[in-house]
Design a protein around this ligand. Structure first.
Ligand code: ADP
Ligand code: MG
Length: 698
């Protein structure tokens, strides 16, 4: 029966090679098992029948019972459609089909009693349902239907007619062919200790719940399993690493560190900076390789921590290297570090794509012979010809733009791996960080340098544009600079750039006296950097941009951040954008511009932004509102996997139980030798193989 789960999805009735390819590409389903583990994202109660008189356009899905009075074709060309009048005696609504009209006309008859199911839409007071499910009353066993599952599908899937109903059919034939129990993926003691349902029952009930209680138990079992393997993976990795990777030992604090501290430190360290530097020092002397994540809100002073810890490496005879995700950021770090180290006998170099020819060769050479103490750069620093004399410490800034694979590449440059510090301004709650970054220790800078004026955040409806522009004019006339950000859904889609282009034209028209630059993700990197530089240098007063400016850029003179269509941004993205201002001594402002019609969630998001500047609070709220499972969340928070059914924020109790279970097994069978646990270790291997592209996601 084990092979059943591994069987290729093309063996499933109704799935040919073409559909199989779409399933694989769009939702990663290529076997029977993958499909059975593709869970519904919601269930709709179909035990209730509504009347036409009580439904409205706000309702999600409704079920009605009645008759079709008439059919009528309507529209021409691409607007061609088939409509029908439907009534249950309490009122009349319209049913609409844009496709398969012949089929509909051939199948459904007038004056026959049907149960229809679909999403009501309201237009000018008239209610319609597009492409409803239509079943003859005698074919619908209402009490058995009960909870109807819904599956996520993509545009491409829908175009190939793989909608939620089609997935449901596939699940149906899969479940029907499970005639003997599937092999368990958890051991009997785990199942009994946590009173978990068997795998077979869980899969059956998650797709076809026999009752709400059984659905709940099915979901519990599947969530537990997901979190359990997550924990088993992380914890066995931690144990392995402890044994495997020896670390360079940096015992000394010498002239570089002390000299800097006594003569060059531009301001007293904050308490949080001091604490974090201590934590890092302890790691560096421990004999194990450091893999530490440094979280600190935007502006919390991570660069200074980076610099001072690099000086410890130098004091112990090693070189240090700092990587940034963009050239602009690398340039800024390089300038900052050069300035801070002024007068000290240390050599700092910059290596990016723009450093070319002889200059580049020179840098390579002096890295190899150990003359360079600190190298700052983009990922150019991990390209092949770069060879360090003795690389001891690596700092990666704004980690989410670097994959785990790139991080690992640094390892190969040494016999003993260098210590690694990853810095990020995308805070995720500490407990969560420990869970998902099990392989990284976590330090937090939870204090801002003194004297910062918190950014004032304002929510404004887009009907008050005049006020908004007057405000921008006032700030710019006082010598400040402003960002205006437009949303992009997919950078590849032209229509999305329209927002930005229209905005740019409008702003240019409104402010002919100012210089305005424009940055978006579809520009060539060099072009983008050049525009960015015009803003950094102060040549331009207003920057019109998409979210490409999200990460790290420091322009202290910029005091205004306008975010257009703020409803289209996630919380952590809004917070990142806001972090671009408030970096100097002047009062800064963040204006969130939205339309009037906002969803409940959007109102909450905007409300949180207006209320607090605390990145951790925002991260918690974000997690609660959205859950870290979805891919956007994955990309933004750098969480390196995609949860299918469990939620780290909502399933805390299950997470703890799973953690405890995993811990027990690792201590009972540290060498993975016991036949009793073999099923777990094998399953873990399988899961890891499937999720091999974790690195690409983070
Ligand atoms: P981020 O954590 O976002 O990378 P930066 O390292 O860029 O923050 O620091 C933001 C600003 O705060 C910089 O201008 C830096 O010089 C300043 N800064 C850093 N540490 C302190 C401190 N202890 N006291 C005062 N200002 C500080
Ligand atoms: Mg920074």
């Amino acid at each position: 029966m084990f092979d059943f789960l591994k069987r290729d999805i093309t063996y499933l009735h109704g799935v040919g090679p073409k559909r199989a390819e779409i399933l694989k590409k769009e939702i990663g389903v290529s076997s029977f098992g993958d499909m059975l583990f593709y869970f519904p994202y919601k269930y709709v109660d179909r035990s209730r029948i509504y009347t036409v008189s009580e439904i409205n356009g706000e309702m999600p899905y409704v079920q009605l019972r009645g008759r079709i009075l008439s059919f009528e074709p309507a529209g021409e060309g691409y607007k061609k459609r088939l409509t029908a009048e439907f009534t249950d005696g309490t009122g009349v609504i319209e049913l609409v089909w844009f496709k398969g009209m012949k089929f509909v006309l051939g199948k459904y008859a007038l004056n026959t009693e049907y149960v229809i199911f679909g999403k009501p839409n309201e237009f000018k007071g008239k209610i319609s349902i597009a492409h409803p499910d239509v079943d003859r009353v005698e074919d619908v066993n209402l009490s058995a239907v009960g909870l109807m599952p819904f599956y996520n599908t993509t545009e491409k899937m829908k175009r190939a007619f793989i909608n939620s109903a089609a997935i449901l059919k596939m699940q149906q034939s899969l479940i029907a062919s499970v005639t003997v129990p599937l092999e368990e993926t958890l051991t009997p003691d785990v199942l009994s200790q946590y009173s978990l349902m068997s795998l077979t029952d869980a899969l059956r009930n998650v797709h076809f719940p026999e009752s709400p209680e059984l659905l709940k138990r099915a979901r519990l079992r599947l969530k537990f399993e997901e979190l359990f393997y997550l924990q088993l993976n992380i914890q066995s990795y931690v144990v392995e690493r402890r044994h495997k990777y020896k670390g360079l030992i940096f015992r000394k604090v010498g002239d570089a560190f002390n000299g800097f501290y006594e003569n060059n430190l531009p301001f007293p360290l904050t308490g949080a900076q001091k604490r974090v530097i201590k934590e890092i020092r302890r790691d560096l002397g421990s004999g194990r390789q450091m893999n530490r994540l440094l979280q600190g809100d935007v502006g919390s002073g991570k660069t200074l921590v980076a610099l001072m810890t690099m000086l410890i490496a130098i004091d112990n005879g090693y070189q240090a290297c700092m990587m940034a995700p963009t050239e602009i950021l690398a340039n800024q770090h390089f300038d900052t570090i050069k300035t801070m180290l002024r007068g000290m006998p240390l050599r700092v170099e910059l290596l990016t794509g723009s450093v070319k020819g002889k200059r580049r060769e020179e840098i390579f050479e002096s890295l190899a012979n150990g003359e360079v103490d600190i190298l700052v750069g983009t990922h150019a620093v991990i390209e092949d010809p770069v060879c360090f004399h003795s690389l001891g410490f690596v700092i990666i800034d704004e980690q989410h733009r670097f994959g785990v694979a790139q991080r690992a590449k640094l390892w190969t440059k040494n016999d003993t791996p260098p210590h690694v510090l990853v810095m990020t301004a995308t805070p995720i709650p500490r407990t969560l960080a420990m869970t998902v970054y099990g392989d990284l220790d976590v330090s937090v800078i939870d204090e801002l340098p003194p004297g910062r004026k918190p950014v004032k955040t304002i929510h404004m409806y887009n009907t008050r544009e005049d006020e908004l522009y007057a405000f921008i004019r006032k700030q710019v006339d006082e010598g400040r600079q402003a960002y205006i950000v437009y949303p992009l859904i997919k950078e590849s889609e032209k229509s999305d750039l329209k927002n930005l282009e229209d905005g740019w034209r409008k702003i240019s028209g409104l402010f002919p006296q100012y210089r305005i630059c424009k940055v978006h993700g579809r520009m060539k990197p060099a072009e983008k950097d050049a525009e960015m530089e015009r803003f950094v240098s102060g040549e331009c007063q207003i920057m019109v941009a998409t979210t490409v400016i999200e990460v790290g850029v420091n322009v202290p003179n910029a005091t205004v951040m306008i975010i257009e269509n703020a409803e289209r941004f996630g919380l952590s993205q809004l917070h990142q954008l806001r972090g671009r201002v408030g970096r100097g001594g002047d009062q800064s402002y963040c204006v969130l511009v939205t339309g009037f019609k906002l969803s409940e969630d959007t109102r909450k998001r905007i409300g949180i932004m207006v209320e607090t500047n605390d990145g951790f609070e925002i991260a918690e709220a974000d997690l609660k509102l959205r859950g870290p499972g979805d891919l956007e969340g994955t990309q933004q928070s750098g969480i390196a996997f995609d949860l299918k059914i469990a939620s780290l924020s909502r399933d805390g109790l299950i997470l703890n139980a799973a953690k405890e279970a995993a811990q027990k097994i690792i201590s009972a069978d540290p060498e993975h030798k016991s036949p009793y646990y073999a099923v777990l270790w094998n399953r873990l291997k399988e899961i890891k193989n499937i999720q091999i592209n974790w690195g690409a996601i983070s």
